[in-house]
Design a binder for this molecule. Structure first.
Ligand code: ACO
Length: 371
């Protein structure tokens, strides 16, 4: 018996997260997402995922300092980034940057561990992306040691070169918390499969970035932005969405394999999208998005997943659309790393079976006899 897309199949044991579990909802190591998004910062959540406990105040201060000290990029990596064309997708920049860093700072050498490499990647993915972006778009070779002591602040300062706005910084920080971990989703499962072969963490994360890029997974936040930005008013959005539904088109940012009654992350990011829009005095995109949400619920009984309102929130933070999924990478690296470490600590090669649907055995036809 096979199940298309492995739906409903338990593919392994994990102590990291629950997704849509009865009586628990979404939790990271037992902590509810609602509490983490309200009271914690992304650095606390990354620490929780990678080091398996919430940091004490002293540990958090030391961790933030450590991440700050890991923002710089080796010269050889900067040279590679400068070779990547301006037309490249930023996800491919991160995929390449991760792979290159793995050749310069290899796993298992120089005292490096999976946890320390995860910290390095979380601290430097924003640097890689924005070094490349600013070099290609403005001809600048920026110093990627920003002086910011949060991942969100580092990203926003690298993007604009200016002091980050506190509201945007916290909105981005909360979104990083929401994106950090989600059990056996496609990219995390990819990372676990690669790890199960005993390949290193760079290989696992490079592969995971590839899996996240697609529009059915992380790429949906970018696709959702392309959708909502087509419409100038809620009324034109309603008309356009009705036409898309008649054409049986997928509406990006809606639906989920596991959640059937709503994604708990969506309400949280929606409230931030609203706050940012009101603060900017421009709620057009938010109003269009909210109308699309109502129409899809009315017509299809489908709810938005995290990616849908993340699009509005990120746009209002001034983040270019093609960087939405790379921001997801920066955050999800913490969850991927937790799974890589967990897989490694209790490893067995992941090697399922396929249900064969091809031809019965048949005689080989020599080349000269084939027409
Ligand atoms: N728009 C329109 N119809 C949809 C959507 C959607 N976004 N999502 C599901 N449906 C419909 C399907 O067409 C199907 O209808 P049918 O039974 O009439 O054929 C039904 O709902 C069930 O959907 P499935 O495709 O079986 O759901 P599946 O679990 O395979 O897919 C997925 C889940 C990939 C997330 C899907 O809902 C989808 O493509 N959504 C859009 C992409 C997206 O937003 N991805 C982000 C996921 S969350 C994340 O990565 C953070």
């Amino acid at each position: 018996m096979t199940t298309a897309g492995l739906e409903g199949i338990i593919a392994g044991r994990t102590g990291i997260a629950t997704v849509g579990k009865k009586g628990a909802g979404l939790t990271y190591r037992g902590y509810r997402i609602e509490d983490l998004a309200e009271h914690a910062t992304f650095e606390e959540v990354a620490y929780l995922l990678i080091y398996n406990r919430l940091p004490t105040p002293g540990q958090l201060t030391a961790y933030k300092k450590r991440l700050q000290g890991l923002q710089g990029l080796p010269e050889a990596l900067r040279t590679v980034l400068e070779q990547i064309p301006a037309s490249a997708h930023p996800m491919d920049v991160l995929r390449t940057g991760c792979s290159m860093l793995g050749t310069l700072e290899p796993d298992g050498q120089g005292g490096r561990t999976e946890a320390s490499i995860a910290d390095r990647l979380i601290a430097s993915f924003g640097s890689m992306l924005l070094y490349w972006y600013r070099f290609k778009n403005r001809g600048e070779r920026i110093d990627t040691v920003s002086g910011e002591d949060t991942v969100a602040g580092h990203f926003l300062r690298m993007l604009t070169g200016a002091e980050p706005d506190p509201l945007k910084k916290r909105a981005l920080d909360v979104s990083l918390i929401l994106y950090a971990e989600h059990e056996f989703n496609a990219s995390t499962f990819t990372a676990r499969v690669v790890t199960s072969t005993l390949a290193d963490i760079y290989a696992a994360i490079t592969a995971a970035i590839g899996a996240l890029r697609g529009p059915l997974h992380g790429g949906a936040n970018e696709a959702a932005m392309e959708l909502v930005s087509q419409f100038e008013t809620p009324a034109t959005a309603e008309k356009g969405i009705m036409q898309m539904l008649e054409g049986r088109r997928l509406i990006m940012g809606f639906g989920h394999r596991v959640y059937k009654n709503g994604d708990p992350r969506s309400d949280i990011i929606k409230s931030w999208a609203k706050k940012l829009s009101e603060a900017a005095g421009d709620t057009t995109l938010f109003d269009v998005s909210e109308r699309i949400e109502q129409v899809i619920m009315r017509e299809k009984k489908l709810f938005p997943n995290l990616d849908f309102f993340a699009a509005t929130a990120y746009h209002m933070c001034g983040i270019p659309t093609s960087m939405f999924t790379p921001v997801f990478v920066i955050s999800r690296t913490s969850g991927w790393a937790a799974h890589i470490i967990e897989q490694h600590n209790d490893n067995r090669l992941i090697r399922p079976l396929g249900e064969y649907t091809g031809p019965d055995p048949r005689p080989f036809v020599p080349l000269a006899e084939r027409s």
